[in-house]
Design a protein around this ligand. Sequence first.
Ligand code: SAM
Length: 542
Amino acid sequence: MEEEKQPQMLKEEVLQQLRSKATELLLREEWKESIQVYSHLISLYQEYLVNTQEQADSDQITKLQKSLCLAYSNRAEARLRLRDYTEAIVDCDQALGIENAHLKTIVCKGKILLSLNQYSNALHCFTLAFCDIQNIGNSESISGYLEVCKKLEFQSRTGVFDLSDWVLNGFRGKSPELAEYIGSVQIKKSEDCGRGLFATKNMEAGTVLLVTKAIATGRGILPEPDEDSSETARLVMWKDFVDKVFDASTKCSKTHRLISTLSSGANEESLEVSDIRLFRPEAEGGFFMMEKPEMDRILNILDVNSLTEDAISAKVLGKNGDYYGVGLWILASFINHSCSPNARRLHIGDHVLVHTSGDVKAGEEITFAYFDVLLPLKKRREMCKTWGFHCNCKRCRFEEVFGCREELKEIELALEFGLDNGNMVFRLEEGMRKWMLKGKEKGYLRASFWSLYSESFRSEKVMRKWGRRIPSMDSIAESINQAVGGDERVLKVVLEVLKKNGGGGIVEMERAMKLGRGVYGKVVKKQALRALFELCSHHQSH
Ligand SMILES: C[S@@+](CC[C@H](N)C(=O)[O-])C[C@H]1O[C@@H](n2cnc3c(N)ncnc32)[C@H](O)[C@@H]1O
């Protein structure tokens, strides 16, 4: 009898030691090591359960099963911390298969689903946990999760985002929690740039089109571009960013699948048009394994699709404004460039929020600017070259035909040498009258020669001489806004002129507010928009 008991005791001892070791590693936040020990424990429990099925009494079996459930649950927690969501969910489901009301596992599953932006499923978990924990007490953190989940579920269902409090608080504290959201857009074949994102209904300036969280970002404070270390710092940051994307793709099959839909630059015309539903946070089908990611392909995809946070059609809100930041935001990567864009993006923490920067009609392609478009055609062509494509947007096509006029060439030359801005604005306006240009066409050229206008409106001397012979800043801003959407620099000059003129009346302020909606989106209420105006006024102009 004694002899029979001995191996049993030995087993217990081994299990106890492993349990203590695993708990200690978990407390020390040594996630990888704790996963190893829990994996060992799990295989031992499974082995004992199979081998002792007939000899052990039901109490022993129940105890073993409880321990197995806890081991799965703890391994899920460690995997969650390592962002290994696919495996973490599998562990949770194993644990819940043993004990379907296991509180710790339900909370862990809620946290994983929240990280995967599956708000309503996460909400279900936290609601279950909250009902249970009320009987036990200490419900604070669960109710915190519950509140966050409710808010995010609402945002992702309605597209209503309100950053007013954060803006008014001077972006203090960490950036607000944002849900992923897909508004009235779909992916379709674009005329001649592969696939693109298209509006499915008419929308006003400032309407939120999508909000998506970065797969990964690389951020850092870079040395000045002329310092020797600058290039090295940039390369180190880029490598770190690439590694993070590769890691995310390796760990999560859904992430891998979504990254695989992106263009790697080759044969863009023949790429499959992805169904927008695939990108919805609640989309099914994430948890199956598929082929491993290839580093070369990821590198190509990042070359074509990564965005910098401080790009010209973007605005960084909050603390990452201090950094140089690059990132991969999947759905935003389907947006093509145009020199007369109709969208802009706001960077908030790790999220990008894309909104219309002008009124958009159903069926219109959504575009934002990859580079500065308040420049003449020649300069834009140079920028396009560095991006590796030839822009064939409406504005480029118009300027291609129109740009050969001698007057425009002269103005372009004057722009290069900074000659007599007021006179050049006057000549351009006269020319446009003579050539009988209308609406957007005028806006295109005004946008191309924006720096002449901005310098003129800023100079009292120029305004004294030319002010009465050229259109008002208001109408120029309106015209540029119609042609190329809201732009922070145009708004800034409008605000400066308003200030100089004593703040303007209600009508002028309303107009500025409308421009502001195109620049910052409808995510801040009036008072917060005014606070952003203040920031815009103090921001260095380009
Ligand atoms: C971020 S992706 C945009 C989505 C891409 N069209 C697709 O099918 O996946 C950037 C690539 O789209 C193409 N592209 C974007 N804007 C373009 C434009 N205005 N003209 C020509 N090609 C453009 C270029 O090949 C560029 O490298």
